[in-house]
Design a protein around this ligand. Structure first.
Ligand SMILES: NC(=O)c1ccc[n+]([C@@H]2O[C@H](COP(=O)([O-])OP(=O)(O)OC[C@H]3O[C@@H](n4cnc5c(N)ncnc54)[C@H](OP(=O)(O)O)[C@@H]3O)[C@@H](O)[C@H]2O)c1
Length: 278
């Protein structure tokens, strides 16, 4: 049986990866922080697909959690690593504590780096395997730490493939979804009501496209025609212009909905309503 390790496997895109991989006969190791949700997800996958499912409750922003997952990724003969765990902040850069921005870098970048570093040698030695690093459409446009961390994922994934750090037979791909209906938006407390329906995709469709593109040997996967069009628009008109278009369509801090008073911001850190993520 092939074996996949999926981070952030209890919800949204990660749960869709776990489901589709189990349906394809993969044994799984699932990673997330909430142990109860992990146990429930694993039970459902075992029941529905008769595969072996191990769970690892770990916070990828913590030294200890990341070390435990990296140890597992190095020890298991993995056929697929899905670096998916991630989140968005409710507010823009200057309204977010610096420690939270650093936490985002740890989950979006350091965890991706460490788990890839742990899993890739085994894949290279066996001459087969795949790594999917879940990035975002915002990797192509200005979007604070969220977009910058996802741009790093794209550059990192491309360089592993292009510089032949991943040996022939081992595929590395950055997956760049646009807006996906998952818990991420609600959890980050953002208002998504201004995002047109055409911009939304389901997690199942995103994962189907990702697995197909990985099979085809793509290095970067942008699911959905509107998202692909925005990336092309960005190339033709400059990232800032296309980024503004996307930002107009994008999610915003929820204060507009609640009508609550805006938190006072010292003059020195006034910033536009720059969105925090996704
Ligand atoms: N939804 C979108 O529109 C969208 C668009 C583009 C890209 N993405 C990217 O897709 C990925 C998955 O997002 P999603 O939308 O599926 O979000 P989601 O539904 O909120 O799921 C996030 C998953 O990550 C886990 N997680 C979060 N922080 C973690 C941490 N510190 N350590 C370990 N696990 C952690 C969560 O479980 P616990 O809370 O139990 O840890 C959960 O399983 C993220 O990288 C996100 O940036 C999402």
């Amino acid at each position: 049986m092939p074996h996949a390790l999926v981070t952030g496997a209890t919800s949204g895109i990660g749960a869709a990866f776990a489901e589709q991989l189990a349906a394809a006969g993969y044994d799984l190791t699932l990673v997330a922080r909430d142990p109860d949700r992990l146990a429930r997800t694993a039970d459902a996958l075992r029941r529905d697909h008769a595969v072996r499912v191990a769970v690892l409750a770990a916070d990828l922003a913590s030294d200890d959690g990341l070390a435990r997952v990296a140890e597992r990724a190095a020890a298991e003969p993995l056929d697929l690593l899905v670096n998916n765990a991630g989140f968005a902040h409710p507010a823009g850069f200057l309204r977010t504590p610096a420690a939270d921005e650093v936490r985002m870098l740890r989950v979006h970048c350091e965890a991706v780096l460490r788990l890839t570093h742990a899993a890739l040698p085994g894949m290279n030695a066996r001459g087969r395997g795949g790594i999917v690093n879940v990035s975002s459409l915002w990797a192509f446009f200005p979007r604070s730490t969220y977009g910058a961390s996802k741009a790093w994922i794209n550059a990192f994934s491309r360089s592993l493939a292009d510089a032949r750090i991943a040996r022939p037979g081992v595929r590395v791909m950055a997956l760049c979804p646009g807006y996906v209906r998952t818990a991420l938006h609600e959890r980050s407390g953002r208002d998504t009501s201004s995002i047109p329906r055409v911009m939304w995709t389901g997690a199942d469709a995103v994962v189907r496209t990702a697995l197909r593109d990985l099979e085809r040997g793509r290095t970067v996967c942008v699911p959905g025609a509107p998202n692909k069009a925005l990336v092309v628009l960005g190339r033709l008109t400059g990232r800032r212009f296309a980024g503004r278009v996307l930002q107009r369509l994008g999610s915003r801090p929820r204060r507009a909905l609640t009508g609550g008073p805006r938190a006072p911001v010292p003059t020195a850190v006034q910033e536009p309503d720059s969105p925090g993520g996704s």
